[in-house]
Design a protein around this ligand. Sequence first.
Ligand code: NCD
Length: 363
Amino acid sequence: MKNTFNHLIDTASLSLTEIDELLRLALDIKKSPQTYVGACNGKIMATLFYEPSTRTMMSFQSAMLRLDGGVIGFDNPSGSSVTKGESLKDTAKVVSSYSDLLVIRAPWEGAAKAAALTADCPVINAGDGGHLHPTQTLTDLATLSAELGRLNNLTIGLCGDLKYGRTTHSLVKTLSKYKGNRFVLISDKNFTLPDYIKNHIAATDCTFTESDSLGDALPQLDVLYMTRTQRERLAVGENPTTFVLTPQLMSQGKKTLAVLHPLPRVDEISPLVDDDPRALYFKQANYGMYVRMSLIVTLLNITKSHPPVPLLNGKTYDGISCLNPKCVTNPAYNNVNLPRSFLRTGNTYECEYCSHPRAGRGD
Ligand code: NCD
């Protein structure tokens, strides 16, 4: 099979066959881990984490170590040349010459794509600001596929901070590739899913409704995806409602309900729910390690088997730059010479790094 990717920047840009193959491999590694010992012997993975992480970074490290590969990197840019003013592009270029795979988490939207443009090895997006989190999505899909048995014809409730929660953005974009999924978006009315993701659903054969009541939404759900408020991304004065999943609410859910959470949990799921067999979030974290093993093995093999697939498919337009202040292309972030690239539909230009739309000239 010819793959359409060399990096993992956005799970939604993979084909269904590619996603299914990654999940199949993850579940096979989970079933027979001994078969894969030594699979990355002599390979080095670098983790560039400009933002805090427990699960994502440690599951990547553990995944690589279980495959007999080595790990280098930082989990706090204050100990690296970033504090001397080095740009993301330069760091990615240099570190990729020491390693076979880069895993990057950064607060700038589109950071992983920008890094992939200069890196000399595959790049994995481990979270780019409030934009996307593709490896969490693969983790979520592996959990649903193994525990529920399907990824289509599901009613999926997503609850919490849908504005800044990158896990929900990636998950909705990817699950809307499967037939017959219905999303129930449960949030404070000021923290709904960004319009560009809702437009994305509208362009598929999936549908969505919005609600501000977890109790009203719960009985119809096959999947409930809880998320925390992304406090670190709130603008001054923003203070969303916290929704709390309790045993009382769980009693209104289907017997087959699957409750997921990317973790960390703050106070949006009562610990009293943890022993309910429908609470899958700790199992989900474990699937994450196998998903990352699958991804590492796949990306290292892909590099050998086919030439680079272009990362940018849009164009640069005179006088058009991205208006999202959190976009990696914002000049404040010191990524000089990053080519601007937009996908144009009529008078709307979508930034290919952060996905934010803007109107054309004269607006
Ligand atoms: C998520 C993230 O970093 O976006 N965590 C994770 O990777 N498992 C969710 C979160 O921090 O709320």
